[in-house]
Design a binder for this molecule. Structure first.
Ligand code: ADP
Length: 469
């Protein structure tokens, strides 16, 4: 069963429960009102009857009240009226029945009788009677009692018919409200579930590999926000998919080019050996060495990533001087910078005290950042500054190179992330593995530090390695 059907069923059940509760409340209250009206009416009849009895008692034979006495029995529920005196002897009586016994349905609650007079129910040969009597004094001071017998069944029938009439209009209103509730539920669930359905369809399409599929964003409500987030996620997925494709093509290139280099060199050596030109061999051996070093570096990076991911990369903490490490790293790139015509300088502004850290790993971080600065600078300079402040030591690497577009900065330290510095969609212009900064950031954070970067396209970059002293 779909979530929409479940919600509709839930709301309809809720509506039905509310309607049932309202019906019960209405029936109870209406019955109480009808019952109290009826009791008031019966009491008025009893009071009027006591007036009539008193008058007949005071002026027997002459009273005009005899006429009224007869009119009581015109009320359908009254089946017997009588007046008695102080000795309980009946001096006036009129009766209407005997009515046929009928089953008396007592379905609804009964309420306590009025507090004036004595109200009793009795069963007279199967006929339910409500017997009311009121003791009073006549105007001349004689003790009299007025008695009225009501047919309980007729009273009940009249009350039930009043309740039916009131309920009819209540049920019409309730049915209209229920119908509006049902229609509203259908409309609301449709409005809510249509975008969810659209999103489910989009997720299916994207899952099937069409990563360029997007959901139309309508409005700025929660659904609109969800659709926008969904689209954002699809964009990211597409980016990662592109990155994966680029990575596969470049990793193949990165692995193949040194291997091809080694193969070429060994072919050349073979030719030299055949021609017995042994003197030319050493040059080729240097090239083979360079290629295998490159291959090794690449494989090392991949191994390091796997170490980081399995949590096996540990630090070998020793006393270390950051200035010495930075100086070593700068010197290792001097000749490369010189070849490119880039001025590489190390500027020490103050004494740098020793600190604790893993020297090999920190050297790896410094040479990655300095190496990148030289690699991505074609003219101008790369300046490396070192500073110490209480609690912190900083190495700042400023270059005048190609810079990094602002939109790329947030992903710069992600695994395998390289910036395409050429025309869009041309993977061949990406250089390196995109692993260096990811590893550098990890190592720096393992030391309790961080790497900050400021850069803009074409204006150079500043990388700052901040380490706790
Ligand atoms: P790689 O080992 O392939 O150089 P990194 O993780 O070290 O990878 O760098 C990721 C990307 O960041 C590089 O491909 C490059 O595009 C960019 N980058 C890093 N440093 C600089 C810099 N100083 N100037 C311009 N781009 C840089």
């Amino acid at each position: 069963m779909g979530i929409r059907t479940k919600l509709i069923l839930f709301i309809l059940t809720l509506l039905a429960a509310i309607c049932t509760v309202l019906t019960l409340l209405f029936s109870h209250n209406e019955w109480a009102a009808i019952s109290s009206n009826n009791q008031r009416k019966n009491l008025q009849i009893l009071l009027a009857m006591s007036e009539v009895c008193s008058e007949i008692h005071d002026t027997p034979g002459k009273s005009s009240a005899y006429r009224y006495f007869k009119t009581f029995l015109k009320t359908p529920e009254i089946i017997k009226v009588s007046c008695s005196d102080a000795n309980n002897s009946v001096f006036m009586e009129d009766r209407y029945y005997s009515s046929q016994p009928q089953p008396f349905p007592r379905l609804l609650k009964t309420f306590p009788p009025p507090r004036i007079g004595v109200w009793k129910t009795k069963n007279d040969n199967g006929v339910e009677i409500l017997e009311a009597s009121l003791a009073a004094r006549s105007r001349k001071g004689g003790k009299i009692s007025a008695h009225v017998d009501f047919s309980a069944q007729l009273i009940y029938q009249e009350m039930a018919s009043s309740l039916r009439q009131a309920s009819a209009s209540f049920f019409v209103i309730l049915s209209i409200a229920f119908a509006i509730g049902c229609t509203g539920t259908l409309i609301i669930t449709r409005v809510i579930f249509k975008p969810i359905q659209t999103m489910a369809d989009a997720a299916r399409i994207i899952g099937a590999g069409r990563l360029d599929h997007r959901i139309p964003v309508t409005g700025s409500d929660e659904m609109g926000m969800l659709a926008a987030e969904f689209n954002e996620m699809a964009v990211k997925l597409k980016e990662f998919d592109d990155m994966k494709k680029d990575f596969v093509s470049s990793i193949t290139h990165d692995l193949r080019s040194p291997v091809t280099g080694i193969e070429l060199c060994s072919d050349i050596i073979k030719g030299f050996v055949e021609k017995q030109e042994y003197g030319k061999i050493p040059g080729q051996i240097f090239s083979i060495n360079e290629h295998s070093q490159r291959l090794n570096r690449f494989i090392d990076s991949l191994l390091e990533i796997s170490k980081i991911e399995s949590g096996k990369m540990t630090l070998d903490i020793k006393t270390v001087n950051l200035e010495e490490l930075a100086d070593r790293a700068v010197r290792s790139f001097k000749s490369y910078a010189g070849q490119k015509g880039v001025k590489l300088e190390f500027i020490v502004e103050q004494d740098i005290p020793d600190m604790h850290g893993d020297p090999d790993r920190l050297y790896q971080v410094l040479s990655n950042i300095i190496g990148n600065a030289v690699k991505f600078t074609n003219s101008g300079s790369v300046n490396v500054y070192i500073q110490a402040s209480p609690g912190w030591q900083k190495v700042r690497v400023c270059d005048t190179g190609i810079g990094i577009p602002e939109r790329e900065l947030k992903n710069l330290f992600s695994k395998f992330y390289r910036i395409n510095s050429g025309p869009r969609g041309s993977p061949c212009v990406r250089q390196g593995t995109g692993l260096g900064l990811f590893i550098a950031k990890f190592i720096t954070e393992q030391h309790g530090g961080r790497i900050e970067v400021e850069s803009s396209s074409g204006k150079g970059s500043v990388f700052t390695i901040v380490l706790p002293a």
